[in-house]
Design a protein around this ligand. Sequence first.
Ligand SMILES: Cc1cc2nc3c(=O)[nH]c(=O)nc-3n(C[C@H](O)[C@H](O)[C@H](O)COP(=O)(O)OP(=O)(O)OC[C@H]3O[C@@H](n4cnc5c(N)ncnc54)[C@H](O)[C@@H]3O)c2cc1C
Length: 498
Amino acid sequence: MNAPFVAEPLQSYSGQVVVGHVRTAGSVEELRAHLDEARSRGVTASVRSGQMAFDTHALSTGMVIQLVGFDAIGEVCPSGTITVGAHATWGAILEATRRAGYVPYAMASTERATAGGTLSADCLSRFSPTCGKEGNHVARLRVLTARGEVLECSRDQNAALFRGVISGFGCVGIVLEVTYELLHVGFSDVVVATTFTEFSGLGGLAQALVTKVEGAATATGAAGSPSGDLRLRRKVAASEMQAISAVAYLQGAARGFVMHSTYVDGASHPLKPSPLHQPRSIVEQALQALAFFEPARVLGYRYLLDVYLPEHADAVDPLADFTFFQGGNDAVIRHGRALGFAMGIRQQTWIVPMTPGNAVETSARLAQFLADAQAVLERHDLLPPLIDVLFLPDDSGEGFALSSNRAGPGFAVTLTFEAPFRTDFPDEEQACVAISQLCASVGGRVHLVKNVFADAPAIATMYAGGIAELRALRAKHDPTGTLSSAFLERVAPALFDR
Ligand SMILES: Cc1cc2nc3c(=O)[nH]c(=O)nc-3n(C[C@H](O)[C@H](O)[C@H](O)COP(=O)(O)OP(=O)(O)OC[C@H]3O[C@@H](n4cnc5c(N)ncnc54)[C@H](O)[C@@H]3O)c2cc1C
């Protein structure tokens, strides 16, 4: 007999609430039973794993199936792959690969996210400028469809389902197990060396970042065409892996720095930790807590830019601290919520297209988009704590359904808003809708992995091809339309048209 079906308020990472009914599943049999129950009750079901999704991606007003097992982590194979359960956390996966002299190519910046959750979102990493997103490094996966079938998927087997599951946000099947291709680094004491190059003004940001990206493309043999064959670039050598991103603070004239990082051997590179990459330090967490308050944040940025960075233009960080640098902010949010504070957050990302081989046009478009977005924020009297920008290469060769860089290469621009005492962000959400319109007007796409505030018709246009592919997969593998989520129903209702 089923346990009572009791509704309870469930929160997304950013603080939005959906009232749903939770069932936990630690085996395929339990997953099948819950899917059957959802069908018999006539409700939809979403699958939830690490609970790190900013928006309501993993929540449903019907049933929320929380994974509790599925966290086995295999040995690294001589072929340079690792097989993990869908609920294995990235913190545990990185530790297992590092010991063997490997690192996963693309990891999100939180150790608490899980393989199934990040694969379903096709997450990006700070190394994405040279190796693409997570999906590009998935060799195979095993999925349970809503019909109860367990299917093997890869680029050669059930390929359409493979392309739909990666970036499908759980709407075409439940991932059980994943095999990732790994980057062979060759030493287990992997550390990350970073140089910081300052810029001022949004034009300065665009120029500095585009120049670095073009330089990286030249170094990896893709000169003039960072949009080149991504399948080739999936196999970037460890010495070619580069993390490149820009961070700007919009206080008055924008100022910030471009970070350029590489994997190096800790035996010959003593640690020189950057204050930005110490998520486990209590001091860092205290500073992150202070950064929730604007005056402290402004002072902190000034200190960083005027005093600290001029003296410390390079750093060498432990691998996990660099990779999961958002852990400090995450700890503050969790502890704050445990103490009864709202700790609301909104984070949205837009992809601004690049013109391959034309750095001048690309940098002008990016600078204009950033300036227009800043004008929108000023109209709403908003000042986000920070803005970060990262290059994403062309993903079109893969055909992952809702991948944001499937339409071509571009720059992922992310805005973050945080507030300790509220979870509602009406002004910020309105500003994000307006910025989504700006993004559409330059031929860009709203990235679907973080919060999404945009008109549903705009999303339907941006992702028309992927939505059609997912609808076809759902018709085949989930004919009763059981798998869904509050997020997809709001953002991409076209997926569920009958
Ligand atoms: C502090 C922090 C840092 C982050 N850093 C990054 C980053 O660097 N890059 C980035 O791209 N994103 C980042 N994110 C976003 C986060 O990585 C994604 O939202 C990711 O999808 C969360 O995975 P999860 O395991 O927590 O899954 P959940 O939040 O539980 O679910 C996320 C999505 O995956 C689906 N899903 C979960 N498990 C399965 C499964 N087994 N089968 C099918 N579908 C499933 C859910 O239905 C939902 O659509 C960050 C988030 C936070 C809070």
